[in-house]
Design a binder for this molecule. Sequence first.
Ligand code: SAH
Ligand code: SF4
Length: 371
Amino acid sequence: MTINLLDLDAAALTAFFADQGEKPFRARQVLRWLHRFGQADFSAMTDIARSLREKLEVLTVVQPPPVIADRLADDGTRKFLFDVGGGNAVEAVFIPEEERGTLCISTQAGCALDCSFCATGKQGFNRNLTVAEIIGQLWQARHALGAWPEHPANGERLISNVVLMGMGEPLANLDNTVRALRLMLDDNAYGLSRRRVTVSTSGLVPAMDRLRDECPVALAVSLHAPSDALRDELVPINRKYPLRALLAACQRYLERAPRDFITFEYVMLDGVNDSDAHAGELLALTREVPCKFNLIPFNPFPGSPYRRSPATRVRRFAEILLAGGVVTTTRRTRGDDIAAACGQLAGQVRDRTQRSRRSFVLELVPQGARA
Ligand code: SAH
Ligand code: SF4
């Protein structure tokens, strides 16, 4: 079977070259060509012996997920849609800011966890993304933005941060997520610091412990409610891993985390979880956990039963948390005009090949629609 080299982290690449009777430093060289320079053409890998290049040509491919849409919003936010086969697509969003550039990437096509306010959840679960599909989003975004070290835009630092907050639950696809994270951190690949890579989870407790042991990076936890009764409703996985267990896992995570706090994400749903009382309960609940809060104004999508909390309510909620001594930020909504905001990522394509074999058309299906 042909091997997609983008599926292999440093360890796997070393094992692959060992199988071929090659020295371990070959793995490092190829890793650098692929992930430091974005090179997919073996003939350009000039420090590698021709015979080995020819072998790679036969045995392997370099295959990131193809970009099928690339849209730029008025505020500079850029959304990429990737074809991952079988009529599925996933999205990544690049968010430029003064001091940094953040790429938000996906880890699954769809999501099985069915949070009540999430467009991805409403789409249902399709499958886990492969390592090549996860790291390939960063690879493709770097190509689109000219974010390689030798590019004239000198954009190596253009993507300074990566957040796994796109479609899917990263910790439900832990093995592939960890391999992709290792590539992001590897000095021969993207060389990002652990503090600049953030995994967001809805709270899969055993997998949080594994992430801590296998590849600790910054952690964001989607809290969204101060009580089990309400969280059971909004984030159904809470029925399996209730708040007490979740907060204990946060404490354990902090023992090895690259940052000394957990970020709690909190989606602001009008009249549901946004009262003064809720803010007070949150302070009491999280008293023992070093944390920051990130309030996310709800991003509506067709068919969702919720409304976004008014700006004054969000401000008041933030003030209560701040007065309680917790650093609290409110996420600015970006890329509104291209539906690139948090929780709106529901990219789907309908494969029309059935109807017309000759004209292969991938059609974007509107948000919230099921193919
Ligand atoms: N599955 C992971 C990561 C992807 S979702 C998780 O749930 O944490 C990234 C963030 O977007 C989560 O905090 C999620 O709760 C939030 N989110 C989902 N739908 C949203 C919506 N419609 N509006 C605002 N935030 C949303
Ligand atoms: Fe899945 Fe996260 Fe959406 Fe919940 S919020 S359904 S865990 S992607």
